[in-house]
Design a protein around this ligand. Structure first.
Ligand SMILES: Nc1ncnc2c1ncn2[C@@H]1O[C@H](COP(=O)(O)OP(=O)(O)OP(=O)(O)O)[C@@H](O)[C@H]1O
Ligand SMILES: [Mg+2]
Length: 440
């Protein structure tokens, strides 16, 4: 919201104080639209419509905010455009009649417009996190340029923003956070606290999100580096720059250094691809060991979708020796994720409990997709009929039905590894899950 003008911010305060004041809210929506904030305008117009279903000005504004033609005729192709509003027009309420059939439209939403959720809505879901930003490498391949590695200042996302997943939170607390928060304990255990935690699991289930939350929890800055980028960017130079990555993190301490795709250093692939991979692995090991307390305040978290490809040397005690399985979101996590992705959309009568039930096994990314395609359905419908309508349960259920869990292929391969190559019990957690899910 920081990019909103002071006027809009004041209007927001006013609207918050008088949530049922429709003209006031429409005024806010109009301002948002004028600044090109189409989506935010849609959200406000939607609330206005909930308070005043028949309000012509609210409807007209909604249609403009959604990028729909005001009259439902000859301008079909224009309706394809995404919601936007460059040219601030005169307020909708004062516009001349456009020939839109308000009577018919009013019939459509006769009676009260239903509330957004069927049950009273508890506190907001996952914190206002921007979708995972492409951190680090920009592909420009400037060797040795530390600025290529972006570090985020301490953020506001904490474990409280991670919906559900209680087991993971407990394990993080016990295995990682408590010792880090308590330096006495750290000294007592000394060496055994060195190294980092390796998160693994199917794609799109929250590894990166959790890493960011851990940083927030520790009040540390966050640096996300994909090992694939390290290798691509600096081929032949990866050792020096692996060092550069750690140096950047050390300068920013306290800092959570998130190494994504650590499998890229996998011993199996390395022999085929890069002869020098061994050296890169060794460099990473040296950095992880950190001579003379160099890593004070640097917390290493690593992640992979293919733990069986992670170089075995990296898994030795004192290195990435602790593993954490990050599974598809459980029910409370799904609720938090759905709530988050629906937060700014014009919805009505959404039964979150039911939606949570029918979305079992979907990943966080799948859930985002469900919300996205439900909106598309409603928008398409509105375009086709010329009558604006909210996103409803039918859209969401329909969208959910079409999405296959993107984690299925992952479980198919993980199953074999867990069953036949469970060295040192590394995959016990995964086996237990597969058994519970009857996937064994
Ligand atoms: N428990 C949760 N609570 C709230 N949001 C979640 C939760 N789990 C996942 N998400 C959301 O799901 C999305 C996908 O998560 P994320 O990108 O962290 O997955 P990932 O495991 O890192 O995936 P990949 O393996 O593809 O890198 C994120 O936008 C995140 O906000
Ligand atoms: Mg990720």
């Amino acid at each position: 919201m920081s990019n909103e003008s002071p006027l809009i911010q004041s209007m927001r305060t006013a609207v918050a104080a008088a949530p049922a004041d429709v003209p006031l809210r429409l005024h806010l929506a109009e301002l948002l639209l004028g600044e090109g904030l189409g989506e935010a305008a849609v959200a406000e117009a939607a609330v206005a419509l909930q308070h005043a279903p028949g309000d012509a000005a609210a409807r007209a504004l909604m249609m403009r905010a959604m990028g729909l033609p005001a009259p439902a005729d000859d301008k079909a192709e224009k309706a394809e455009e995404p919601p936007k509003a460059e040219e601030p027009e005169q307020p909708a309420a004062h516009r001349p009649s456009t020939g839109f059939d308000w009577a018919a439209a009013e019939n459509e939403v006769a009676g009260a417009v239903p509330p957004r959720f069927v049950a009273p809505a508890p506190a907001a879901g996952p914190g206002a996190t921007a979708p995972e930003a492409p951190l680090a490498a920009d592909g420009s391949g400037d060797p040795g340029n530390a600025a290529a590695w972006e570090v985020d200042a301490p953020g506001t996302v904490t474990l409280a923003d991670v919906g559900g997943m209680e087991e993971i939170k407990e394990r993080l607390e016990a295995a990682f956070l408590a010792p880090m928060r308590n330096p006495e304990l750290g000294r007592l255990y000394g060496k055994s606290l060195r190294g980092g935690l390796l998160m693994y699991g199917p794609p799109g289930c929250g590894k990166t999100f959790i890493a960011r939350a851990v940083a927030g929890e520790l009040g540390a800055s966050f640096m996300s580096v994909s090992i694939n980028d390290v290798l691509d960017m600096w081929m032949g130079n990866s050792e020096r720059n692996m060092h550069e990555v750690f140096e950047t993190a050390r300068r920013q301490a306290p800092c959570v250094l998130f190494l994504d795709e650590v499998d890229a250093l996998g011993a199996k692939r390395s022999r085929m691809q890069h002869g020098g991979m061994r050296n890169t692995v060794n460099q990473l090991l040296t950095e992880l060991d950190g001579v003379g307390g160099a890593n004070e305040g640097v917390f290493v978290l690593a992640a992979t979708n293919v733990p069986w490809d992670v170089d075995i040397a990296l898994r030795r005690p004192g290195r990435l020796d602790r593993t954490l399985l990050v599974l598809p979101p459980d029910a409370p996590a799904r609720e938090a994720i759905l709530r988050y992705h629906l937060r700014d959309r014009p919805i009505e009568s959404v039964d979150l409990g039911k939606l949570v039930k029918v979305t079992e096994d979907l990943s966080g990314a799948d859930l985002a997709h469900v919300c996205e395609s439900a909106s598309e359905r409603a928008l398409l419908d509105s375009t086709r009929t010329g009558v604006v309508r909210m996103i409803n349960m039918k859209d969401l259920l329909g969208a959910a039905k079409e999405v296959r869990p993107s984690t299925d292929p992952w479980f198919a391969s993980a199953r074999n590894v867990a069953m036949f190559a469970n060295e040192g019990g590394m995959y016990d957690e995964l086996l237990a899950y597969l058994k519970r899910k009857r996937k064994l």
